[in-house]
Design a protein around this ligand. Structure first.
Ligand SMILES: [Zn+2]
Ligand SMILES: [Zn+2]
Length: 382
């Protein structure tokens, strides 16, 4: 089984070009399965189906050196999409899995977390019962439904052997714990969050929080920024962005093993060419020079401007071209477009990906099942 589609020679040459031009240091370029052009769907269909099968490659317990890797379990925004034409980008909402050493971080509990939970439940049966077992932490960007709707169906929370760290923002005058518990209670759901059999530890985090997972630790600790974390740690820095309506969102910068990626969903950043305001400036400083930027890119330029329907400007989401301008301005290594509109068919997303590449060539659109390894040498893609 090929986990990743093999790249064509042209793609490899382009990536090699991008690699030499954009890589801040050798060895960063990740593996990322790029969906085929819609004209060419038939010949690769089976192989792409293979790509989306669950796989344990992100589990690095068996490898001597930890690797920073991520897998997309949900890439849509607003609500899950069940397109009559089907979709090769996937229809589930936000969920990203990150692994480094024995630590697993999940960002957001959109509908994508349901399949991840099933996969984790299977995997957990083989985990040791000692302190060496992997740790699982669930981080939230904010509490909109598309980022929470999968949580009641996340199988590990129903298992007494699960130890789960949940971390997220206080919002709208509510503590993080109230927000999460309030989402799973009667009359909205038959099971009460506070009565689940799993062991759960909830922590409020916010702007400026630094979380550190030390190699042997059993979970994250809130870290004093004045102290340098041990070199084999997984580090997550938090920015509270005000570039999303009302409460804003948390943006996460994940660093480990010399590589860094940023996860920035639900963010609208318009005035980037004119430097923008203070919120834009803070965001740009936060993401500057990272190897991989995952950025909101929900709307086409036409929908954003309201050419055929009401404009979506001000909804708290970017266009792919806006995301590409951000990537260029912040000198990131690679851009992954995220939070696709649930109404967009594959051809729409391919077109948006192409538009973004005109501004920032090292761009791909995220798709469900796609994985990245931040330390992978270019040869691993062949
Ligand atoms: Zn969203
Ligand atoms: Zn939102």
């Amino acid at each position: 089984m090929h986990l990743f589609r093999r790249n064509t020679r042209d793609e490899l040459e382009q990536q090699q070009h991008d690699h030499h031009r954009l890589t801040p240091f050798p060895g960063y370029l990740s593996i990322f399965p790029i969906p085929q052009d819609p004209q060419d769907q038939g010949s690769h269909h089976d192989r792409l189906s293979d790509d989306t099968l669950p796989d344990h490659r992100l589990v690095s317990r068996s490898t001597p050196r930890p690797r920073l890797g991520a897998r997309f379990w949900g890439v849509r925004g607003t609500h899950p999409a069940a397109l009559p034409t089907g979709t090769r980008f996937g229809g589930n909402t936000t969920c990203l899995e990150i692994r480094y050493g024995r630590h697993i971080i999940i960002i957001d509990a959109g509908s994508g977390i349901i399949a991840l939970g099933d996969e984790l439940s299977r995997e957990m049966r083989d985990w040791p019962t000692t302190s060496e077992r992997p740790t699982v932490s669930l981080l939230f960007t904010h509490a909109h439904h598309d980022h929470l709707c999968g949580m009641p169906f996340f199988a590990p929370i129903y298992q007494p052997e699960t130890r789960l760290h949940l971390l997220g923002p206080d919002l709208a005058g509510m503590r993080f714990e109230e927000i999460v518990a309030g989402y799973m209670r009667s009359p909205y759901f038959p099971v009460d969050f506070r009565e689940l059999p799993s062991e759960r530890r909830l922590t409020s985090i916010g702007d400026g929080t630094r979380l550190v997972w030390m190699a042997e630790a059993n979970g994250p600790v809130v870290w004093d920024e004045a102290v340098t974390p041990p070199p084999d740690s997984l580090v997550v820095d938090v920015l509270h962005s005000r570039l999303h309506p009302r409460e804003g969102t948390l943006v996460y910068r994940i660093s480990a093993g010399g590589q860094t990626m940023v996860f920035a969903t639900d963010i609208e950043i318009v005035e980037i060419e004119e430097q923008g305001g203070e919120a834009e400036q803070r965001y740009l400083r936060f993401i500057h020079g990272v190897d991989v930027l995952v950025h909101d890119a929900q709307y086409s330029e036409d929908d954003y401007a309201g050419v055929e329907t009401a404009p979506t400007r001000g909804f708290g989401h970017s266009t792919p071209v806006m995301a590409a301008r951000v990537a260029r301005k912040a000198s990131v290594g690679r851009l992954i477009l995220f939070h696709h509109d649930p109404g967009y068919a594959d051809a729409d997303i391919f077109a948006l990906e192409q538009a973004a590449r005109q501004v920032f060539p090292a761009t791909v659109a995220a798709r469900e099942g796609g994985e990245i390894f931040l330390d992978a040498p270019l040869a691993r893609q062949i």
